[in-house]
Design a protein around this ligand. Structure first.
Ligand code: PLP
Length: 347
């Protein structure tokens, strides 16, 4: 593997980061803060938040079985995706490789940063071959993006292929685990200590029920995390978000319960969806959504919009012709969807 130093853009390697008034702040020792030009009145949101979120990382580290130095927290995992490009990919020179179809933000961030984005199609089972990704890579490939369970296909990627890619690729493998809580497979976070080229992304937006607080996680070697910390905005995770995340972490049973309810609902919804006359195929899912091929995705999508029900039309995505992506909702919401779809068959 190339070293992290070799992979990092030269301007980032040499960067002297902004040093904020609170860089040394650990949240407890001092009692008089006259260093940051804050208004001393208006508690309790008058102070800048902890730039490195120490307390939150301590709690997450225990739960995930990693060191706090292996965690980066950002304004959604989208921030971590963008930082990966800004840290490692030289615009107009470097490139990244990704499975296709997958989460759209990888390509958007590549385009914003003027980094070539090389897509390699999944096979008919929505699986990938590590050798195909490696064949698409060259000496300017800094990152390879995987997503497991994958969005929009819903399936876990094959672990043998992920392992093979981690063994053979000399850049960073970014594994997006936004939906890992719904999967029967263990997280790759457990492999961080023996995988120096692995970056795992997770989020509070899905199983943790907190898309609105914007909190994403990246797990990687302390060396990679140090690069993120060097280039991130100083106060990228606000105080309200840090507090709400700590509250959530104190009741993990609640999340476990949501996950088991949603997984049960998913099985039921998929079965009923498969029985609709226009459904051609329901793809297996390891996430809180599923992909289904129907006779006319556009017509069904538009009909549902007219009923005030929004699903995701994936017709224009590679390998997803006439496919709808359906998020599993509450039992009531799922019934409303099915009722509407049964009426559609009468048209
Ligand atoms: C929803 C989703 C995310 C979440 O992004 P946030 O910015 O953390 O809300 C990340 N990756 C994938 C594949 C997703 O589907």
């Amino acid at each position: 593997m190339r070293t992290i130093e070799q992979l990092t853009r030269p301007n980032i390697r040499g960067l002297k980061p902004y040093s904020s008034a609170r860089d040394e702040y650990k949240g407890i020792e001092a009692s008089v803060f006259l260093d940051a030009n804050e208004n001393p009145y208006s508690p309790s949101y008058n102070r800048y938040p902890d730039p490195l979120q120490h307390q939150l990382k301590e709690r997450l580290a225990k739960m995930k079985g990693v060191d706090p130095g292996q965690i980066f927290l950002g304004n959604g995992s989208d921030e971590a995706i963008d930082l990966l490009f800004r840290a490692f990919c030289e615009p107009a020179v470097d490139n990244v490789v990704a499975i296709d179809p997958t989460y759209g933000m990888y390509q958007v961030c590549a385009d914003i940063n003027d980094v070539a984005y090389r897509k390699v199609w999944l096979d008919a089972d929505f699986q990938f071959r590590a050798d195909a990704l490696l064949a698409a890579a060259d000496e300017h490939t800094k990152l390879i993006f995987l997503c497991s369970p994958n969005n929009p296909t819903g399936n876990d990627l094959c672990r043998e292929e992920i392992d093979h890619l981690l063994d053979k690729f000399d850049g960073l493998v970014v594994l997006d685990e936004a939906y890992i809580d719904f999967s029967g497979q263990p997280s790759y976070v457990g492999q961080l200590n023996r995988r120096p080229n692995l970056v795992v992304l997770q989020t509070f937006s899905k199983a943790w029920g907190s898309a609105a607080i914007r909190l994403g996680m990246a797990f990687a070697s302390p060396e990679i995390i140090a690069v993120f910390n060097k280039i991130k905005y100083p106060y990228n995770v606000n105080q309200l978000t840090q507090e709400q995340a700590l509250r959530l972490l104190s009741e993990p049973e609640k999340i476990q319960n949501w996950v088991s309810v949603l997984n049960k609902e998913r099985r039921q919804l998929m079965e009923r969806f498969a029985a609709l006359p226009f459904t051609e195929y329901v793809f297996p899912s390891d996430a809180n959504f599923f992909l289904a091929r129907v006779s006319d995705a556009e017509a069904i999508y538009n009909y549902l919009v007219g009923q005030g029900i929004i699903v995701r039309n994936r017709h224009s995505v590679s390998l997803c012709g006439n496919c709808l992506r359906i998020t599993v909702g509450t039992s009531e919401e799922n019934n409303i969807l099915l009722e509407a779809l049964r009426k559609f068959t009468m048209y």
